[in-house]
Design a protein around this ligand. Structure first.
Ligand code: AMP
Length: 230
C-alpha cells in the first residue's frame, strides 16, 4: 500500500524505570518516522545547557523524585504542539501522575486526537535493578546500552558514533530505590486510570530487546493509518 503513513493515535509507553521504554521508543520512532518524546531526556538536556528549567528540575531528578506537574506539563504541551507531531508521536516517561494524565487527555482532545494507545511493559523487580545498574548511555546520540546484557563492541564507546558511554547520575543504587518507590506511589495509579478507560495493552518486557520490539510493533501496526484510513 502506498500513501503517507502515520500513527492514528498517540502512543504512550508505560512501565517502571528500567522497563525498556527508552530503548523501544527509539526503535519505534525510527521505524514509523515520528518523534520520540521523553520528558526525562528533555530535562537532562535542560540540565546540560544550564537553563532555569534545568536548574529547577535537577534538584528533583537527583533525589529520584518527580518534577512538579506544572513544569512538566508546560514543557510537554509545547512539544506535542509542534508540527512534527502531526503524524503521531511516542511518549516515554509521561504522564507519571494522574494529574498529568488528565491534562494530557484535555490537550489531545483539543488537538483532535483520539485516545492514546498505552503499552505497558511488565518487568520483575530483580530484572529492573540489573538493567538500571548496568545501563550506560551515549553522550552523543543517546543510544542505550547495558554492560551485562547489551554491551558495546568497544568498552565505554558507542557502536554508532564512538561517543562516550556514561552512567546517568540517578542510576546510582540509592536513587534507583527512590525512583522505584516514586513509580509505585505516583505512576501505578496512572496505569489504573488508563486501564479503567480500556486503553492498556500488556507486553512482557523481560524478553530480549528484539522480542519486545516484535510484541510492541504488533500492537502499533494496528494503529497505522494510510491515506487517513486505518
Ligand atoms: P526518566 O529519564 O524518564 O527516568 O526521567 C528522569 C527524571 O526526570 C525522573 O526521575 C523525574 O525526576 C524527571 N521526570 C521525567 N519525566 C517526568 C514526568 N513526566 N513528571 C515528573 N518528573 C519527570
Amino acid at each position: 500500500m502506498g500513501g503517507t503513513k502515520r500513527l492514528c493515535r498517540p502512543v504512550i509507553l508505560m512501565g517502571p524505570p528500567g522497563a525498556g521504554k527508552g530503548t523501544q521508543a527509539q526503535v519505534l520512532a525510527a521505524r514509523y518516522g515520528v518523534p520520540h518524546i521523553a520528558t526525562g531526556d528533555m530535562f537532562r538536556e535542560h540540565v546540560r545547557q544550564g537553563t532555569p528549567l534545568g536548574r529547577e528540575a535537577e534538584a528533583y531528578m537527583r533525589r529520584g523524585e518527580l518534577v512538579p506537574d506544572r513544569v512538566v506539563v508546560a514543557m510537554l504541551a509545547e512539544r506535542i504542539g509542534r508540527p512534527d507531531c502531526a503524524a503521531g508521536f511516542i511518549l516515554d516517561g509521561f504522564p507519571r501522575t494522574v494529574a498529568q494524565a488528565e491534562v494530557l487527555d484535555r490537550l489531545l482532545a483539543e488537538a483532535g486526537w483520539p485516545p492514546p494507545l498505552v503499552v505497558h511493559f511488565a518487568v520483575a523487580h530483580g530484572v529492573l535493578l540489573r538493567r538500571l545498574a548496568g545501563r550506560r548511555v551515549c553522550t552523543v546520540g543517546g543510544e542505550i546500552y547495558n554492560i551485562y546484557d547489551h554491551p558495546p563492541k568497544v568498552a565505554g564507546r558507542c557502536d554508532h558514533d564512538g561517543g562516550e558511554l556514561v552512567q546517568r547520575p540517578d542510576d546510582s543504587e540509592e536513587v534507583i530505590q527512590e525512583r522505584l518507590v516514586t513509580y509505585q506511589q505516583h505512576t501505578l495509579p496512572v496505569l489504573d486510570y488508563y486501564r479503567r478507560a480500556g486503553l492498556v495493552e500488556e507486553v512482557n518486557g523481560e524478553g530480549t530487546p528484539e522480542q519486545v520490539t516484535a510484541a510492541v510493533v504488533a500492537l502499533v501496526e494496528k494503529i497505522v493509518c494510510r491515506d487517513g484510513r486505518l
